[in-house]
Each structure stands twice: as C-alpha cells, then as structure tokens.
Write a protein that binds this ligand. Structure first.
Ligand code: ATP
Length: 295
C-alpha cells in the first residue's frame, strides 16, 4: 500500500493558504510529518482522512482515489484527530464496543474479541470498566488509538498524539504506535522532533503549507552532515554571533548559551564540529524558509 499525494493545495475562505502544492509519497511503515504550529499538518491530515476537500491536487491510496472514493477509504482508515470528545460517564469497554458496531463488526462474539484484543494492546485492560471521564491524558490517547485501530485499518493517521503527555505516557504511546506494524501506512503528525527521529522510517518537514524536506530521517540529516558547528558563548556575545554566522539554534544549557551554526566551509576559532541532528535540519529549514518569505 502506498499513499500518494500530488500537488495538493488548500486556501480557506478567510484567505489563509494552509497547503501549497504538497506532493508526498508515503510507503508502508511509520511516516513522520513534522512542522511548527500552523504549518498545515492538520489540514493535510483532515484532507487525507476524507474530512475536507482540497482546492487542487490528487490523493491515491493504492488503487483508491481518496478524494472521490471516500466510503471505500473510510473502511480502511483509522484516524485519531488532534482533539476528540469522549462520553465521560461511559466505560472504555462499552464505548469501544459501540464504536466497533459503528465500524461494521456486527457479530457480538467477534466484536467482544476485537474489543478485548484492543484493550489489551493499548494497555487499558485493567481500566476497561472505568468511566472515560476518569482517564488521564495518556489513557485517553491510548483509548483514541484503540478506536482508530478497530477494523484492522490499512491507513492510520494520528494527529499530534503526544502533545501534553508526560514522558512515561509519551514513550508508552510511541511504543504502541511502533508495534502497529510494518504492513500499514501510519502517518504521525507532530511538532516534536524526537518523535520522528526515534520512530519513523520516512518523514517530511512542512512549513507554511509547503514541504521543505522529505526522505528517510538519515537522508534528511545527511544534507547537514559536516556542516554543523557548536560553541558555548556568553549571552552578551549572542547578537554578534547571530550577525556573523547562520545560527541554527541557541539553547541555554545550565544558564549558558550553546549555539549551533550552519557553515558550508570549515570554521575554527571557538567552534567545534558537531554531529548533525534532525532538530538541526528542522530549525535550519524553517529559518531559511522564513528568510525567503521575508525577502
Ligand atoms: N477551518 C479553517 N478556517 C480557516 N483557517 C484555518 C482553518 N483550519 C486551519 N486554518 C489555518 O490554516 C493554517 C494551517 O492550520 P493547521 O491546523 O492545518 O496547521 P497545523 O500544522 O496542524 O498546526 P497546529 O499544530 O497548530 O494544529 C493555520 O494558519 C490555521 O490558522
């Protein structure tokens, strides 16, 4: 199965251009869609999930035309939106059974088995009788993925699932996603770079509605290999460094700025070569894009 997005564009009625000529080929496995707030990730996810129309472009999933064969796509789609409401005074077990009926699992025994398996898989078995109103953020997200996994979907879309989760719950959620398998397309939209580095076999960075990088994380990082340098500096020297070098990022480490810069040419002095990371590529691409937009 391959999801193919070609020249997708969307401008909302208020004039915001959310997607501009987006083309991506997404194979089986985990695909990370990385971008800052407002980049267009949710607009893209909703369009792939058949919930909104683009102005232009095409999307195919295998042989299905996603934009015209919506019912067929929905049968093989599992979607965990960024925000979803849950009935607070119903248990996970009862609500999941209800969603399983809606998904078309008519046979009661088959439904029971499916619900049980998903509650086990998402580690909610012990809390299955608890009302959803009493669930923590992480438990809610795991319940959301259980709903998304009903009916063995071929395409799974999860929109910023780890935002707001504590590190333990985040890890637990990411482990669950990575177990979902190699034989389905999983699109993980996130603004957390490590989620993509740790988990995804393919990825794209999107900013201002445009794809600014795509490939395997190692390929995407490869473009900066040997071109990243780091130094510790003083706060007072930061403005000067920023005017002299193409600064990728600066972070306070124990109160002292640590600056990472991009340079095509070797630079010496106070700088040491640093191993390029996906975070470097992310910041570098966003900064270059901002500059070209302002220019
Ligand atoms: N229904 C809508 N009507 C008008 N503008 C919208 C609508 N939905 C999104 N936008 C705007 O389109 C742009 C892209 O939004 P989108 O939600 O797709 O980005 P995102 O990358 O998912 O961001 P976030 O991480 O903040 O959710 C933003 O400027 C947003 O304000």
């Amino acid at each position: 199965m391959e999801l193919r997005i070609q020249n997708l564009s969307k401008t909302y009625a208020n004039g915001v251009r959310a997607l501009h000529n987006v083309s991506l080929t997404i194979p089986n496995g985990m695909f990370g869609l990385l971008g800052p707030n407002g980049a267009g990730k949710s607009s893209l996810m909703r369009t792939i999930a058949t919930l909104q129309e683009p102005d232009a472009g095409t999307i195919t999933l295998g042989t299905l035309d996603v934009l015209t064969e919506k019912d067929a796509v929905r049968r093989v789609l599992g979607y965990l939106p960024q925000e979803f409401g849950l009935y607070p005074s119903i248990s996970a077990e009862v609500l999941l059974d209800h969603f399983a009926s809606l998904k078309g699992i008519r046979d009661a025994r088959e439904r029971k088995l499916a619900v049980e398996a998903l509650l086990q898989q998402t580690n909610l078995w012990a809390a299955r009788k608890k009302n959803l109103g009493g669930y923590s953020g992480g438990m809610r997200q795991r319940f959301g993925i259980a709903v998304a996994l009903l009916g063995a979907p071929q395409l799974i879309i999860v929109d910023e699932p780890t935002a707001g989760l504590d590190p333990t719950e985040r890890n637990r959620f990411l482990d669950l996603l990575s177990e979902i398998g190699e034989n389905v397309v999983v699109i993980l939209s996130t603004h957390i770079v490590e989620d993509v580095t740790e988990l995804c076999s393919n990825m794209a960075i999107i900013a201002g509605g445009e794809v600014v990088a795509t490939g395997q994380p190692s390929e995407v990082i490869g473009e900066l290999r040997g071109k990243v340098y780091r130094t510790k500096t003083e706060k007072a020297a930061l403005a000067q460094l920023k005017s002299e070098y193409e600064v990728i990022s600066s972070k306070l480490v124990a109160g002292q700025p640590v600056v990472r810069v991009f340079s095509d040419q070797p630079i010496n002095g106070q700088f040491q070569p640093a191993e390029a990371t996906l975070e470097d590529v992310y910041f570098h691409r966003l900064a270059r894009r901002d500059k070209s937009v302002i220019a």
